[in-house]
Design a binder for this molecule. Sequence first.
Ligand code: IMP
Ligand code: MG
Length: 180
Amino acid sequence: MNAVKPDNKVEILISAAEIAGRVATLAENIAAQLPPNMMIVALLRGSFVFTADLIRALHLVGAHPQVEFMALGSYGNQTASSGDVHIVRDLTENVAGRDVLIVDDILESGRTLTFARDLLRKRGATSIKIAVLLEKPGKRMTDIDADFVGFTISDKFVVGFGLDYANYYRELPYIGVVTT
Ligand code: IMP
Ligand code: MG
């Protein structure tokens, strides 16, 4: 049987053009702080659209990152994560001795990024920085901050540009708020 897409109204919060402009600036900031041969560790699934745009913006400012993916999961419902983060799909390359940029879609409680940062640290990464497209302040449950933040948004559930609701809406070229 075919899955049925939820029938929500989605209002544009951040347009595609705004995102593009911000991603270009983030790439400049990242290239100024990390070596050109950084290793990007993109956290699946939410960050794949942001990562795809970010690496092309990084190319334009002279960086040539390697790109790795790691899927992390946390048990919970569709709009809130629980505390228990685990590896769903691991990296295929060694991060020891590398300058790593972890890329994620959104920093909320911080549990996902804290897990990822601690794991890569244990595996011997030389340095670890964090880039997120979005950040919701005031929701942090762990002591973590991103080094590069696209947009700080209020506490609303957002979709698009890789972010999902029940694994839908990732294809939207903008960030939207689910209103119903
Ligand atoms: P954290 O571990 O609580 O910081 O949660 C981060 C993860 O929760 C993100 O990688 C997203 O997958 C998910 N998440 C948090 N807020 C939203 C949202 O507003 N829309 C879609 N996914 C979200
Ligand atoms: Mg996610």
